[in-house]
Each structure stands twice: as structure tokens, then as C-alpha cells.
Design a binder for this molecule. Structure first.
Ligand code: ADP
Ligand code: ZN
Length: 213
């Protein structure tokens, strides 16, 4: 069973994925994390992805679909975070699910107003090692620059700089948002309010998963 976490950059997909993993024991595939890992390791895939990511553009569909196809397995329920992000990726995922005889549990859309996203993203910091997400105002680390969870280095992602954020948000509106209708038409879209404490948002996510899991 595959669940999609869907939302604009900064909507809290990464944070909620971690909560779902912890509470439900689901697996977690984040295409953004996979690309960042490849960039760090200097692989050919990483070099390719970097060309697009640095400006906040999307990595080409065939590259993303190929990468997800290699990782997706039926072992246990899994959350996809950050994929699909375009209609062709939605079709690509649908084919992958068929090939692997996997079912789509549903799509959880974390809805957050545009004005909040900018603020969340510019203040966002992430742990380089474990991926824990922080915010300079709303959720600071206890010790500056050091992860509370694993003591890894906490950084400001390059694509969380203001000029790149603008582009990522407009890419979301133009290329990703059309998927909402696609999944709504399939009857699998669950829209939730993504504003509030992360624990409040998680209780909304949880309710959907418990009912449909
Ligand atoms: P966010 O959701 O906060 O933008 P991600 O870590 O999911 O952060 O993505 C960071 C970047 O990785 C994107 O801006 C894009 O360049 C690339 N990326 C991630 N997932 C995809 C995808 N499904 N298709 C194309 N590019 C992707
Ligand atoms: Zn950490």
C-alpha cells in the first residue's frame, strides 16, 4: 500500500512523513532526499539532478520515475513524499503501481496558504545527517547549528534561499497543482489543513490513515 503526501514546498511533508513513519511504521521515500544523497555522493544521477535543483526547477520526469521505480517495493506500506510532482509523473506512478501490484491508499494534501509558505521556507533549517526539520523561529535547535536528535550539522538548504523559493512555489502552482484534480477525479484525495502545530496537523493526518489503513 502506497500513500502520497502532497503539498507545496514548505507545507510540512517531510515533518509529517517522519511522524507517520514513527507512529505507523511505514517506509518513507522522499525524492528530494534521494537526490540530495546522490549529490552528496557525487553520483551521475546527483550531478544531473543538481543542474535543476539549484534553481528550484524540477528534475526531468523520466529521471525521477526511473529512480522511484528502482526503490518502490511491496515490502511494507510506504509514504511517497515529493513524488509525483507533474501529471506525467502521476501517470508514471500509476504504471509502476500496476507493474508491482501495489495499491494506492490515498493522497493526503497538506494545504497551506501561500503567504505562510515563504516564511516557513526562509526560516527552515535541516539536519544534514538525519533530515530532522527545524525553523529558526518556530522550532529552533537547542544548540545552534546542532541537531537535537543526532547531533548532526543543521544547515540552511541552498534551495531555501529567497530567490530560489519564489521559483519553487511557482513551479508548484504551474506543474504540480494540476495533480490535485487528477487525484480528486480518482476519488483518492484527502485534503487537510496544514496550518497549526505540527502535532495538530499530524492528528488530522492520523485520522485519515486510521480510517483507511
Ligand atoms: P520541497 O518539497 O520542500 O521543495 P524536496 O526536498 O521535496 O523539497 O525537493 C527539492 C528539489 O528536488 C525540488 O525543488 C526539485 O528540484 C527536486 N525534486 C524532488 N522531487 C522531485 C520530483 N518528483 N520531480 C522533479 N524534481 C524533484
Ligand atoms: Zn539529525
Amino acid at each position: 500500500m502506497i500513500w502520497l503526501l502532497f503539498g507545496a514546498p514548505g507545507s510540512g511533508k517531510g515533518t509529517q512523513s517522519k511522524n507517520i513513519q514513527a507512529e505507523f511504521g511505514f517506509g518513507h521515500l522522499s525524492t528530494g532526499d534521494m537526490f540530495r544523497k546522490n549529490i552528496k555522493e557525487g553520483t551521475a544521477l546527483g550531478k544531473k539532478a543538481q543542474e535543476f535543483m539549484k534553481d528550484g526547477n524540477l528534475v526531468p520526469d523520466e529521471v525521477v520515475i526511473g529512480m522511484v521505480g528502482e526503490e518502490l517495493s511491496a515490502e511494507k506500506p510506504c509514504i511517497l513524499d515529493g513524488f509525483p510532482r507533474t501529471l506525467p509523473q502521476g501517470e508514471g506512478l500509476s504504471n509502476l503501481l500496476d507493474e508491482k501490484s501495489l495499491a494506492l491508499g490515498g493522497v493526503i494534501y497538506l494545504e497551506v496558504p501561500h503567504s505562510d509558505l515563504m516564511n516557513r521556507l526562509t526560516g527552515r533549517r535541516v539536519c544534514k545527517k538525519c533530515g530532522e526539520v527545524y525553523h529558526i523561529d518556530f522550532k529552533p535547535t537547542t544548540k545552534e547549528g546542532v541537531c537535537d536528535v543526532c547531533e548532526g550539522e543543521v544547515i540552511h538548504r541552498n534551495d531555501d534561499k529567497p530567490e530560489v523559493i519564489e521559483n519553487r512555489l511557482s513551479v508548484f502552482l504551474n506543474q504540480t497543482e494540476p495533480l490535485l484534480k487528477y487525484y480528486k477525479d480518482k476519488g483518492v484525495l484527502y485534503k487537510i489543513d496544514g496550518v497549526g502545530e505540527s502535532s495538530e496537523v499530524f492528528s488530522r493526518v492520523e485520522e485519515i490513515l486510521r480510517k483507511n489503513h
